[in-house]
Design a protein around this ligand. Structure first.
Ligand SMILES: C[C@@]1(CC(=O)O)c2cc3[nH]c(cc4nc(cc5[nH]c(cc(n2)[C@H]1CCC(=O)O)[C@@](C)(CC(=O)O)[C@@H]5CCC(=O)O)C(CC(=O)O)=C4CCC(=O)O)c(CCC(=O)O)c3CC(=O)O
Ligand SMILES: NC(=O)C1=CN([C@@H]2O[C@H](COP(=O)(O)OP(=O)(O)OC[C@H]3O[C@@H](n4cnc5c(N)ncnc54)[C@H](O)[C@@H]3O)[C@@H](O)[C@H]2O)C=CC1
Length: 191
């Protein structure tokens, strides 16, 4: 069963807590900042990789060089746990559940409220890819395929459609019909 419900978070307006400062902590931090460079991040771990420290120069990241404790949840709307201790990750997950905070436990899909996706970005177009946890490598490869085939001119198309959308006068039904008419050929591209 694939019951995942995809949403696109406005990460720039949210507070994130990352527990763990190793490879996984870095990977998830980079994924977040690539999409939402203004996100407020708190990261807690006794050991924190140099690459993470480097990112504090250009982004809003507070580092705490200590073991996780529940007090850190006050810094968070969303939590990602990626320590090398399954007990710590489990504790983070339980604390988040008790506090109604969404949590991702990177190495334990069963404990995740959400998964990170592979992200294709062409200007304002963003596509999130998930394999329901089956194969992150497939998600990565599929991202590469989409990145290759999507034309850069997409942004121009989106800008044009936005300007038409803003100029259309009439009621909702009229606008819907008009926009569908203009974009009909997208489903039927000329050879
Ligand atoms: C469930 C999920 C939870 C979550 O992390 O959110 C999860 C879980 C796990 N990943 C593992 C391993 C790897 N993860 C990657 C890469 C990515 N992983 C990402 C997401 C997710 N990974 C979520 C499901 C996404 C979905 O639904 O498809 C991506 C898409 C997004 C991101 O992380 O930003 C990003 C690609 C970004 C890109 O490039 O586009 C690679 C490949 C590589 O790095 O080249 C490998 C090694 C090869 C392999 O195993 O496939 C392991 C085993 C750990 C171990 O063996 O110890 C687990 C744990 C488990 O499955 O039990
Ligand atoms: N989901 C994914 O994409 C992947 C998951 N993994 C798994 O994730 C786990 C972590 O891997 P790495 O990041 O490579 O390990 P690592 O050894 O590079 O980093 C572990 C981090 O956890 C921190 N930590 C340990 N105890 C802590 C505590 N009590 N509170 C806060 N932080 C604490 C350490 O200080 C360190 O920063 C491993 O179990 C690995 O199998 C590995 C690869 C990919």
């Amino acid at each position: 069963m694939n019951t995942l419900f995809p949403i696109f978070l406005k990460g720039d307006f949210l507070k994130f807590l990352i527990v763990g400062g190793g490879n996984v902590g870095l990977e998830k931090l980079e994924a977040l900042l690539k999409n939402s460079p203004e996100a407020k991040v708190t990261l807690v771990a006794p050991l924190i990789k140099d690459e993470i420290v480097e990112l504090t120069k250009t982004h809003s990241i507070d580092l705490y060089y200590e073991p996780y404790s529940v007090d850190f949840l006050k810094f968070a709307n969303v939590v990602i746990a990626g320590t090398d201790s399954s007990e710590v990750n489990k504790q983070v997950q339980q604390d988040c559940k008790a506090n109604n905070i969404l949590v991702n436990v990177a190495d334990t899909p069963d404990l995740c409220d959400f998964y990170l996706g592979s992200i294709v970005k062409k200007g304002d177009l963003k596509i999130g890819i998930s394999t329901n946890g089956k194969s992150p490598t497939f998600a990565k490869r599929f991202r590469e395929i989409l990145e290759e085939i999507l034309p850069d001119s997409l942004q121009e198309t989106l800008d044009n459609l936005q300007s038409i959308r803003n100029k259309l006068k009439g009621d909702f039904t009229y606008k819907v019909n008009k926009l569908n008419e203009i974009t009909r050929e997208m489903n039927n591209p000329k050879p």
